[in-house]
Design a protein around this ligand. Structure first.
Ligand SMILES: Cc1cc2nc3c(=O)[nH]c(=O)nc-3n(C[C@H](O)[C@H](O)[C@H](O)COP(=O)(O)OP(=O)(O)OC[C@H]3O[C@@H](n4cnc5c(N)ncnc54)[C@H](O)[C@@H]3O)c2cc1C
Length: 818
C-alpha cells in the first residue's frame, strides 16, 4: 500500500473516521467549508462504529439538546440515500420502551410529555398493544409501553459511509490509514496535526477519535476523561415467523433491548455493573476489534433479558458479541473547544448513543466551529465541565462502572453519583459529617445535601418521584433560613483572584453590569457573547483598584476561568484559581447579623455594612472576606476564609450560634430557597441559548457604563424589538402535594407554552416552584400572565399553577436589604 498523500494545509482537520468524525466532516462541508480533511488511523468505522446495534431512537431524554440531535439524526439518515446514492439501512420499524415498575412508568410519562413537546410523536400504549406490535414478548408484567412509530434502526457502517460520501461530494478530503500522532501549537492554539506521512497545518482540529480521544488529547494537555467498557449483544439463530419489520423493543428493567437480525433476534444488554476495558490505554492497533465475552459475569443478565422474549431462551445463540464503547463520568458526551487549547475541538464519549445522535452531534459541532459558538444548549455536555483529576486511572476505573450501569436505571431526580466519591472534601467536611450531613457529589466535592436528626446517621431511604424520608429535615432547614439563621458550607464554589492594572477594565468589558465601581462592592453580573446570550452568571467583588474576587458555580468553573484567560490575553491582568485555598461559609437568615456581630469587632450595622458590601473582617484569630450578599433571599453574609483557618471560623460560628438557634442547612435548602426567590442557576434554568433579557436578568445590566460590554449591541437591538415573546417565568403549583423537578410542561389556557427548566419545593410559598422558559408567540407582559389560566402537566395530569415575572418570594427585596 502506498503512503497517503496529504495536503500541507487545511482549515480544519477532523481526526477519526467513525460516525462522529464523518458527521462532523459532512456538516462542515455542507456549511461551505471546502478545506476539510478527515484523517483515519485505519479504515472508516474500524473503531466502535462498525459493531453498533444501530438503534435509532428519539424517545427518552429530558434534554432538549439531546432530543433535537436525535430527531435531526433520524431525519438525516432517512434522507441521506437520496443525496448520496448510498443506503443508510434506516428502517422506521418503530420503537417501544416498556415500563414494568411504577416508578419507571412515572418517569416515562414525564419524559414522553416532554418529548412530545420537542416534536417526538410518542404514545403511551397498553400491554396488549405492546403484544400486538411485538408478539414474541412476554407482556403479563408490563404496565405500559411508550411507542414511537417513526423510530427504528439503521446500519452503522452504511450510514457512516454515506456521511463520508456526502462530505466528499461537498469537497472534503478523507484519508484512511493515516494516524495522527501529535499536534503542533502556537500561542495557546492548535496549529497543525502530525502524522507519519507529514504535518498538516490547520486552524482547527476536531478530535473524534472515539475511545482513543483521551490518549490523543493528553498529547497536548487536553483533558478528555472517557473510558471504554465492555458492551454486549447477542444474536440468536433464526426464529420461525421473525420478520424484519419487527419494532425495536427496549426493557430496561430486564437489562435488554431486542430487534430482528437476519431472521433471528438481537438481544442487546446494559448490565448494572459493567467492566471497564484497558484502563491503561487503548491499543493503537485495535482495528475492527472484538473482546472475549465474559459469560460468567454476563450470564445472569443475559438470562433475565431473554425471559422478556421467551422464544429466545429456546433458540440457539449464533453470536455473543462484546465490543468496547466509551463512557464518561456523568453519562453525557464530551463536546466543544478544549479549555486548555484554543481551536482544539472534541466530540467523543458517546455513552452508547453515538449512532442515534451522530447526525445532530456533527451538525452542532460544525455550527460551533463555523459560527464561533453553538446554537444549542451545551452546558451539560461542554468539555469544560470536566476536570483533570477525572482522567486519573483509578477515577475512570471506578466511575465507569456506575456510568454504564445508570443507562437502564430509573432516573430519579435526586439521585447522586455514588462511586469515585470523597475526591474533594471541604476543610470542614468532617465537622459537617459529625452534625449528620448527608453528602452528595457536587462536581467531585462532597456537598452537604441535608442533615439528619442530631445523633442519628443520615439515611436517605429509597429514591422516589415523591417526597423522600428527609423531606421534613429539608423543610426545617428551609424554615430556619427564613425565620432564624443557618450555616451553609459552599466551599465547592469556583473562586478566582483576579489582579493587575488592567483587571478592572477587562472584567468590566466581560460583564453586563458595572463591576469596576467603588472598592468593597460585590456585583451580580452575567457575561454574554456577542449575541447577547448568556456565557456565565456570577459575582465580581472589587477589593481595590487592582484586586478582584470572581465567584461562579462549581459547574461553570473552567468555563469562567477560560473566558477570563482568553479575554485577558497579554494584558496586565492575572487569574489565580483559589477555589481550594478558601472555604466559603455562608451565614444567612434574619438573625445572621446578630450572630455575625457577636463574632467580630467590625461594625455590621445596615448603615456601616449595607447590602452588597465586601470587607475583610476579624473572627477570632482569623481574617475572612465577608460579603453581604445572598443566594437564598434573606439578610446574610458569605465568608471566604483561608482553608487553614476555616475550621477555626466554623467552630466560632457554631459556638456563638448556640445562643441564636443556628442550624446547619444543606444544598436541598439552597435549591428551595433560591427557587422561591427566582434566583437563576446557570446550566440548570438558564443557558447559552438564552438572551440575558429572556432570562429576566435585564436588571443586572448597565447599558450606560463607559466602554460598554461584550454583547451590548445585541442587547440593545433585542430591546428595540419590543416586548419579549420568549421569557423565563417562575411557576408555582397551587396544590401543595405534587413535586416538580425538571421538564414538566407548562400550559396557558390549555396550550403548552414551555417547560420547567429546574424546580424545587417552596416551603414558604406552599408548593412546588420552578423556573420555566415560555415561548409564547406573543408579547409576555403582565396582561399575558394575568389573563391566562396556568397549569403544569406532571405524569399525564394537569395541575393548576400560577406564573410570575417577579420573584414570588420577597419581590421588593425588603428582606435582603433589612
Ligand atoms: C455493542 C455496541 C452496541 C451499540 N449500539 C448502539 C446503538 O444501537 N445505537 C447507538 O446510537 N450507538 C450504539 N453504540 C455506540 C456507538 O457505536 C458509538 O457511540 C459510536 O460508534 C461512537 O462513534 P465514534 O465516531 O465516536 O467512535 P469510533 O467509531 O470508535 O471512531 C473513532 C475513529 O477514530 C479513529 N482514530 C483513533 N485514533 C486515531 C488517530 N490517532 N488518528 C486517526 N484516527 C484515529 C479510529 O480508528 C476510529 O475509526 C453501540 C456500541 C457498542 C459497543
Amino acid at each position: 500500500m502506498s503512503d497517503p498523500v496529504l495536503p500541507q494545509r487545511a482549515r480544519v482537520v477532523v481526526v477519526g473516521g467513525g460516525v462522529i468524525g464523518c458527521s462532523v466532516a459532512y456538516h462542515l462541508a455542507h456549511m461551505g467549508w471546502k478545506d476539510v480533511v478527515l484523517l483515519e488511523r485505519a479504515q472508516l468505522t474500524s473503531g466502535t462504529t462498525w459493531h453498533a446495534a444501530g438503534l435509532i431512537v428519539t424517545f427518552g431524554s429530558t434534554s432538549e439538546t439531546s432530543t433535537e440531535m436525535r430527531k435531526y439524526t433520524r431525519d438525516l439518515y432517512a434522507r441521506l440515500e437520496a443525496e448520496t446514492g448510498m443506503s443508510t439501512g434506516f428502517k422506521p420499524v418503530g420503537f417501544i420502551e416498556v415500563a414494568c415498575e411504577k416508578d419507571r412508568l412515572e418517569e416515562y410519562r414525564r419524559v414522553s410529555a416532554f418529548n412530545r413537546y420537542c416534536g417526538v410523536d410518542v404514545h403511551e400504549i397498553s400491554p396488549n398493544e405492546v403484544r400486538d406490535l411485538f408478539p414474541l414478548a412476554k407482556t403479563d408484567d408490563i404496565l405500559a409501553g411508550f411507542y414511537v412509530k417513526e423510530d427504528g434502526r439503521a446500519n452503522p457502517v452504511d450510514l457512516t459511509m454515506a456521511l463520508a460520501k456526502g462530505a466528499r461530494q461537498k469537497g472534503a478530503t478523507i484519508v484512511e490509514n493515516c494516524p495522527v500522532t501529535d499536534f503542533t501549537t502556537k500561542n495557546g492554539a492548535v496549529s497543525g496535526v502530525v502524522t507519519p506521512f507529514g504535518t498538516i497545518e490547520c486552524e482547527y482540529v476536531v478530535n473524534c477519535a472515539g475511545m482513543w480521544a483521551r490518549q490523543l488529547g493528553a498529547k497536548v494537555g487536553v483533558t478528555i476523561p472517557l473510558q471504554p467498557a465492555e458492551h454486549y449483544y447477542l444474536i440468536t439463530e433464526k426464529i420461525d415467523g421473525m420478520v424484519p419489520s419487527l419494532p425495536v423493543l427496549e426493557d430496561p428493567g430486564s437489562y435488554g433491548y431486542f430487534r430482528e437480525e437476519v431472521g433471528g433476534l438481537m438481544v442487546g444488554l446494559f448490565e448494572p455493573v459493567c467492566a471497564p476495558w484497558k484502563i491503561e490505554g487503548v491499543p493503537e492497533d485495535f482495528t475492527f476489534g472484538e473482546l472475549n465475552p465474559d459469560w460468567d459475569r454476563m450470564g445472569q443478565y443475559v438470562e433475565k433479558a431473554m425471559r422478556r422474549v421467551p422464544v429466545s431462551v429456546e433458540t440457539g445463540i449464533r453470536k455473543f458479541f462484546c465490543g468496547p464503547e466509551s463512557f464518561t463520568p456523568d453519562l453525557a458526551p464530551i463536546v466543544g473547544e478544549a479549555p486548555e487549547l484554543k481551536n482544539f475541538f472534541v466530540a467523543a464519549g458517546m455513552n452508547s448513543i453515538g449512532i442515534l445522535t451522530g447526525g445532530g452531534m456533527g451538525r452542532m459541532l460544525a455550527h460551533w466551529i463555523v459560527n464561533g459558538r453553538p446554537d444549542a444548549d451545551i452546558t451539560g455536555i461542554n468539555i469544560d465541565r470536566l476536570h483533570k483529576y477525572q482522567s486519573n486511572p483509578e477515577y475512570r476505573k471506578t466511575r465507569t462502572v456506575e456510568s454504564l450501569g445508570m443507562v437502564y436505571q430509573c432516573h430519579y431526580p435526586t439521585r447522586s453519583m455514588m462511586t469515585a466519591r470523597d475526591a474533594k472534601r471541604s476543610a470542614v467536611h468532617d465537622k459537617l459529617a459529625a452534625r449528620g450531613a448527608y453528602f452528595r457529589d457536587v462536581s467531585g466535592w462532597e456537598g452537604a445535601d441535608w442533615y439528619a436528626e442530631p445523633g442519628t446517621t443520615p439515611d436517605p431511604g429509597p429514591l422516589s418521584w415523591g417526597r423522600q424520608s428527609w423531606f421534613p429535615r429539608w423543610k426545617a432547614e428551609h424554615d430556619a433560613t427564613r425565620e432564624g439563621v443557618i450555616l451553609m458550607d459552599m466551599s465547592f464554589m469556583a473562586k478566582f483572584s483576579v489582579q493587575g492594572r488592567d483587571a478592572g477594565r477587562l472584567l468590566n468589558t466581560l460583564s453586563g453590569n458595572q463591576v469596576d465601581g467603588a472598592p468593597g462592592t460585590i456585583t451580580y453580573t452575567q457575561w454574554l457573547n456577542e449575541d447577547g446570550k448568556l456565557e456565565a452568571d456570577l459575582t465580581v467583588t472589587k477589593l481595590d483598584d487592582e484586586r478582584y474576587w470572581v465567584v461562579a458555580s462549581d459547574t461553570a468553573h473552567r468555563h469562567v476561568e477560560t473566558r477570563m484567560r482568553r479575554h485577558f490575553g497579554d494584558a496586565h491582568a492575572f487569574v489565580t484559581d483559589v477555589t481550594g485555598g478558601y472555604a466559603q461559609l455562608n451565614v444567612q437568615g434574619p438573625r445572621s447579623r446578630e450572630l455575625m456581630q457577636s463574632l467580630t469587632t467590625a461594625d455590621l450595622s445596615n448603615e456601616a455594612f449595607p447590602f452588597r458590601t465586601a470587607r475583610e473582617i476579624d473572627i477570632g484569630f482569623a481574617r475572612a472576606l465577608c460579603v453581604r450578599i445572598t443566594y437564598l433571599g434573606e439578610l446574610g453574609y458569605e465568608l471566604y476564609v483561608p482553608t487553614e483557618q476555616a475550621a477555626h471560623v466554623y467552630d466560632r460560628i457554631v459556638t456563638a450560634g448556640e445562643k441564636v438557634g443556628l442550624r446547619h442547612a444543606g444544598l436541598k435548602a439552597l435549591a428551595s430557597l433560591r427557587m422561591e426567590k427566582g434566583y437563576r442557576d446557570y446550566g440548570h434554568d438558564i443557558d447559552n441559548t438564552d438572551s440575558v433579557l429572556e432570562a429576566g436578568l435585564g436588571f443586572a445590566l448597565d447599558l450606560k457604563k463607559p466602554g460598554g460590554f461584550i454583547g451590548k449591541e445585541a442587547v440593545v437591538a433585542k430591546k428595540a424589538e419590543g416586548p419579549l415573546k420568549r421569557r423565563l417565568l417562575q411557576v408555582q403549583l397551587r396544590d401543595p402535594e405534587p413535586m416538580m423537578f425538571h421538564a414538566e410542561l407548562v400550559k396557558r389556557d390549555g396550550k403548552t407554552v414551555g417547560y420547567v427548566r429546574a424546580a424545587s419545593y417552596g416551603f414558604t410559598l406552599g408548593g412546588a416552584v420552578g423556573l420555566a422558559m415560555i415561548e409564547a408567540g406573543q408579547p409576555i407582559d403582565p396582561a399575558y400572565i394575568e389573563n391566562g389560566t396556568w397549569e403544569v402537566e406532571i405524569a399525564n395530569k394537569n395541575h393548576p399553577a400560577l406564573a410570575s415575572m417577579k420573584p414570588l418570594y420577597d419581590p421588593t427585596n425588603a428582606k435582603i436589604k433589612a
